[in-house]
Design a protein around this ligand. Structure first.
Ligand SMILES: [Zn+2]
Length: 446
């Protein structure tokens, strides 16, 4: 299916006509207008010592290597957005592999470093995850967490219909503590992205005011902050100038939170997650009501504790009810062991999952086993994490909520490096740089 047919199917004819008109207002026949828009985002982030991540189709990079090299030279990360701007859901695994290889060879030809992949239309499949890992990508950023910040009941029917088409197109997953965290699948780190993106707000919901958009993004940030997760903003650079005030509002909201928010490129987030996953947290009994806690691995990792007294080591109050400890080895006192106890009949995949979340995991014979560990937080899940991806997401989310919602004493690895409580990654897909790119997409996708 070509781009025109695809756009009409997913956006409807009137949206597509509006889109054509905006193409001529946002792109030029030279890279100049897009360059200004890209640097508007780069400059906005630079004020916070941060930089964005941009994904670009290889053919667009090949036609415009100079401007992208300049943007990368400013500190922005560049990732792969397909060989051409097509939907991988319509490709076999072999075709995905072949097109991804061709994309990599273009990036290599123009000497553009790349570690991550984001699919056009967020159209990833189970095959894609294997293909990205096989070809050596460090991460993908495709799983679209839906933030429920739009009152869809108040929308006109046609607009609500368009909005719902986008949710289906982007394979939206529900927002939870768990889905706001990266995770590792095989050799790949998966960093979630978020919707509604700028296209949904401007072109679907017909918002025209950057102030309104800035308020929506700030509200998402505040919700993500409460759950201590990552907000990966997706802002198409073609709206970089239009959205600059909204971006400034979001960045100001992020830096105004009581605990620090890490504003980072997605590649840095993925690198951290791998480093954190290789870090272990162990808790061993040390006499009645005492436990030795040991961190092995990243020097950027720290420990958060609840319901315990830390003995002889500095501990900082962290939020409402936590302590933050930077030491590698220390002792805590608590009524029960500050660990997550998993029953022996629960499969290992659950233990692996809980370890990736940063919890110290011990195995107990039964849920009522009264051994040295005597934890108050017990996980008994003989059926494991479930068969389908939707089931797995739901069970994983419920497990994280169970552990973190419990009042039982617990130590765990902090989710983010150093002193950060939550994360914000500003990203954008550079679908086209010039008017020519926009129309060449139609031919390329065929
Ligand atoms: Zn795109």
């Amino acid at each position: 299916m070509n781009l025109v047919a695809f756009s009409i199917r997913t956006k409807g004819l009137s949206n597509f006509s509006r889109r054509l008109w905006t193409v001529f207002t946002r792109f030029g026949v030279t890279p100049g207008p897009t360059r200004r828009a890209l640097f508007s985002i780069v400059d906005g982030l630079r004020r916070y010592d941060a930089a964005p991540t941009f994904f670009i189709p290889a053919t667009v990079l090949r036609r415009n290597p100079g401007v992208i090299a300049e943007v990368a030279g400013s500190g922005a990360e560049i990732g792969v957005h397909g060989y051409v701007h097509n939907d991988y859901r319509s490709l076999t695994r072999t075709a995905q592999l072949e097109q991804t290889r061709r994309a990599i060879s273009v990036f290599d030809d123009v000497k553009m470093p790349h570690h991550g992949f984001r699919n056009p239309y967020l159209g990833w499949t189970e095959d894609s995850v294997g293909v990205f890992a096989e070809l050596g990508f460090a991460y993908d950023s495709n799983e679209a967490v839906l933030h429920d910040v739009i009152d869809t009941a108040a929308l006109a029917a046609a607009i609500r219909d368009g909005y719902e088409k986008s949710l289906a197109l982007f394979q939206a997953i529900p927002c939870s503590r768990y889905t706001l965290r990266p995770h590792i699948e095989g050799a790949l780190v998966r960093v979630p992205t978020s919707i509604p993106d700028d296209e949904m707000l401007f072109d679907r919901l017909r918002l025209t005011d950057a102030g309104q958009v800035g308020a929506i993004w700030s509200e998402v940030l505040r919700r993500v902050y409460i759950l201590g997760g990552i907000y990966t903003l997706n802002l198409h650079p073609e709206r970089g100038i239009l959205c600059r005030a909204a971006l400034d509002a979001l960045l100001a909201t992020a830096s105004a939170q009581p605990l620090p928010v890490w504003i980072a490129r997605i590649g840095d987030v993925a690198g951290w997650w791998r480093e954190r996953r290789a870090t272990t947290l162990t808790v061993t009994p040390d006499g009645a009501g005492r436990w030795c806690v040991a961190v092995n691995g990243s020097p950027r990792a720290s420990v958060l504790a609840r319901g315990v007294a830390v003995v002889g080591t500095p501990a900082e109050e962290w939020g409402d009810d936590l302590l933050r400890i930077a030491a590698r080895d220390f002792t805590v006192e608590a009524e029960r062991a500050p660990v997550v106890a998993v029953t022996a009949r629960t499969p290992d995949e659950v233990r692996d999952f809980l370890a990736e979340q940063g919890y110290p995991v011990v195995t107990v014979v039964t849920a009522s086993d009264d051994d040295d560990h005597n934890s108050a937080c017990v996980v008994d899940l003989p059926g494991g994490l479930g068969a389908t991806r939707a089931e797995q997401i739901a069970r994983r989310a419920a497990l994280v909520d169970q552990v973190e919602g419990s009042a039982a004493p617990l130590v765990r690895l902090a989710l983010w490096p150093n002193r950060y409580h939550a994360a914000l990654a500003v990203s954008g897909d550079i679908d086209s740089i010039t008017v020519q790119d926009f129309f060449l997409r139609i031919l390329e996708v065929r």
